[in-house]
Design a protein around this ligand. Structure first.
Ligand code: FDA
Length: 309
């Protein structure tokens, strides 16, 4: 728990980030979780997954952009990605995931408006390419703002995916609000630091919350996207899908690139829809820190990569 908190704090800190910034994506521990530095490298990995019957959501890494130029550059990166996906003929099976903080939400005085405009531009390009976007959920202070952007976008782009985090005490209520016809909702446990006043801390409490949220989404009219690697929760999700008479195409499992690939293939072989979250780009540091916080066994590999590079 202490190590987890330290790693999540490091994800926002500058110290290790500076040291790590010279590590290439090709370094072993980074390449386990990150598809490459360029859109073309990500598309190449996406093709391999598609060949195995696995769908993809691609994330251009980066968060907490500090100026308008950064937000514009992140927007352009997504437009370029969607153009390349379209030209490669794989856009229908590859949606994109994005973070509002990468698109300018933190900027004063009108960051939320700027992020909404940038996201709208990307959502339109995604639709023209034959695919859709999902908006990642970041730390607990941004949930209201993110959900209001999702709501606004869904007026014109109802296919926009939302993300809810089971570790937040409010999330059962949010699941009820979002379990309507056509609403695509990714349910994950939650990867950011959050105080006990707003979040469950114990694993067992988070898992129980996840199951309560899953029940609401599976019983509802929307399209649940079950984002977890947890074998017990995957089993419960399958049982709930059966209980609520859901056919395989009416919900999907989602996992992170590099995590439990054999389980991804097993679910596909059972006829389930599986989508892998595939990040690429050189801003991998915060993303990798959150993965290390989930699996501290990898910390040794990371430190070794830092000193032996
Ligand atoms: P957890 O980490 O508790 O692991 C449960 C069990 O899963 C383990 O005990 C083990 O059995 C198995 N397992 C997990 N990792 C494994 C590994 N590497 N190898 C083998 N077994 C392993 N978060 C967020 O806050 N906002 C977001 O927008 C997203 N988006 C997102 C998209 C997708 C597709 C996924 C899968 C996840 C996210 N997340 C996220 C991250 C999420 O909140 C969470 O931090 C991670 O998924 C880890 O949680 P698990 O549910 O896998 O359980």
């Amino acid at each position: 728990m202490v190590l987890r908190r330290a790693l999540l704090a490091a994800a926002r800190g500058r110290g290790v980030q500076k040291l790590a910034s010279t590590m290439p994506v090709s370094s072993t521990i980074v390449s386990r979780f990150v598809a490459g530095e360029t859109a073309d490298e990500a598309i190449e990995v996406a093709r391999q997954l598609l060949d195995e019957g696995i769908q993809v959501t691609i994330d251009h890494l980066g968060e907490h952009t500090e100026d308008r130029e950064g937000a514009e550059s992140a927007t352009r990166a997504y437009l370029d990605l969607l153009d390349r996906l379209s030209r490669a003929g794989v856009a229908r099976s590859c949606e994109v995931s994005l973070k509002l903080s990468a698109l300018g939400r933190d900027l004063r005085p009108d960051g939320e408006k700027l992020a909404l405009e940038n996201t709208r531009t990307i959502a339109l390009a995604a639709r023209n390419a034959g695919t859709a976007i999902s908006i990642d959920m970041e730390d607990y202070t941004t949930v209201d703002s993110t959900l209001s952007v999702v709501q606004e976008l869904r007026r014109d782009f109802p296919e926009t995916g939302a993300v809810l985090q089971a570790y937040l005490r409010r999330t059962e209520g949010d699941c009820r609000d979002l379990a309507y016809q056509g609403s695509r909702v990714r349910l994950c446990k939650g990867a950011y630091a959050a105080p006990e006043s707003v979040a469950f801390r114990r694993r067992s409490e988070i898992d129980l919350s996840y199951v309560r949220c899953l029940k609401i989404l599976m019983a509802g009219q929307g399209y649940p996207m079950v984002a977890t690697h947890d074998p017990r929760l995957i089993e419960i999700a399958s049982a709930l899908a059966m209980r609520y008479d859901r056919s395989p195409g009416s919900y999907e499992f989602q996992m992170l690139y590099g995590v439990r690939p054999e389980e991804q293939r097993r679910l596909v072989s059972l006829g389930d829809t599986v989508r892998v979250y595939l990040p690429y780009g050189d801003q991998w540091y915060a993303y990798l820190m959150r993965r290390l916080a989930e699996r501290p066994a990898y910390v040794g590999f990371f430190l070794r990569s830092l000193v032996t590079r």
